[in-house]
Design a protein around this ligand. Structure first.
Ligand SMILES: CC(C)(COP(=O)(O)OP(=O)(O)OC[C@H]1O[C@@H](n2cnc3c(N)ncnc32)[C@H](O)[C@@H]1OP(=O)(O)O)[C@@H](O)C(=O)NCCC(=O)NCCSC(=O)C[C@H](O)C(=O)O
Ligand SMILES: [Mg+2]
Length: 293
């Protein structure tokens, strides 16, 4: 089982050259250079040029590199996509995806452009229509030409579009969060949680990271370097959890347990599915410790 850590994925505006440069030194697993909502209309062209120069220039080590383009229907979308394809980041993030057809259309366009096969597509789930069609959108991953690798939740836009409010604990969003994670898992794609806007509130960030982790997210998107440490800590399996996982795997590997579906370890019932969960946890822990930032 090979897993790439995506505990912490930091956004930065493509227009902010200092932030892009600083990202090369930060302990995050991924970086999203944003051309969309964090960039004012007058700065769109500069942001695109800076994003492309940064990706092409490299220097980001093992951090996964994403460019978030403007929606393809906007005046900037097509030029952003064309430029991103040339720069060839690991992922292109599409904002406000509302249908599987859009992903198919983008997939065809990437093929026509001769885009490097390594470029994956990440769909932002941030509109009510995306929530209503979440299973259908995730099912686009069955068609490899869509290159759909994962979902990124856009909680700011979701709250805006639903006329809701951002509240501690995210009560109003929980059904949508659950739907998004379930759809991603059903079609075997990754899923990253939305951002936490209150940069100074470390306790609130920790609570939200824990909530997202417990829902099953692979990691969280972030907006400020100060959020990385907390997020990495929450999304890294704890040493005692990893030790327990290794014990579970070893127990099922014993010859006497080879044909058993369930065993008792230190007083607890453990089934083979727990061994599968343990293997996943160990893979994540190994991937984190062997990563090269
Ligand atoms: C939110 C900010 C505008 C705050 O900026 P500022 O007050 O200037 O930050 P600091 O002075 O605290 O910065 C300290 C140093 O850290 C660097 N920095 C700051 N932010 C970043 C960053 N995101 N990436 C890399 N480096 C960063 C500063 O350059 C300072 O460094 P130094 O010069 O060495 O002192 C700002 O943090 C920011 O712009 N954040 C990202 C905003 C963004 O990209 N938003 C888009 C995605 S959020 C979203 O909406 C998701 C989704 O679509 C949804 O709908 O929910
Ligand atoms: Mg958004």
């Amino acid at each position: 089982m090979s897993i790439r850590p995506r505990r912490s994925v930091l956004y930065m505006p493509g227009s902010n050259a200092r932030a892009i440069e600083k990202a090369k030194t930060l302990d995050c697993d991924g970086i999203v250079i944003d051309l969309e909502d964090a960039v004012a209309p007058d700065a769109k062209k500069t942001a695109r040029e800076q994003a492309i120069a940064a990706v092409t220039g490299g220097g980001f080590g093992g951090r996964e590199l994403f460019i978030r383009v403007n929606g393809i229907e906007t005046q900037w979308g097509f030029d952003d996509l064309t430029a991103a394809v040339k720069a060839a980041p690991d992922g292109i993030v599409l904002p406000k995806v509302g249908s599987a057809e859009l992903l198919e259309k983008i997939g065809t366009r990437l093929l026509d452009m001769g885009a490097d096969r390594k470029i994956r597509i990440w769909a932002m789930i941030e509109t009510p229509i995306a929530i209503l069609r979440i299973g259908e959108i995730a099912s686009a991953a069955k068609d490899s030409e869509t290159r759909l690798a994962g979902f990124i939740l856009g909680t700011n836009d979701l709250v805006k579009e639903s006329y809701g409010r951002i509240v501690k604990g995210r009560g109003p969003l929980l059904p949508w969060i659950a739907q998004t994670v379930a759809a991603a898992r059903a079609f075997n794609i990754q899923v990253l949680d939305g951002v936490y806007n209150d940069i100074a509130d470390t306790d609130g960030l920790r609570a939200e990271c824990e909530q997202g982790r417990d829902f099953g997210f692979d990691g969280k998107t972030l907006i400020h370097p100060s959020q990385i440490e907390t997020c990495n800590a929450v999304y890294s399996p704890a040493p005692n959890e990893v030790a327990e996982a290794r014990k579970t795997i070893a127990a099922f590997d014993l010859p006497e347990n080879k044909d058993k579906g369930v065993i008792r370890i230190e007083g607890k019932m453990v089934e083979r599915m727990h061994a599968d969960m343990a293997r996943r946890m160990v893979s994540i822990a190994d991937a984190i410790s062997s990563r090269n930032p």
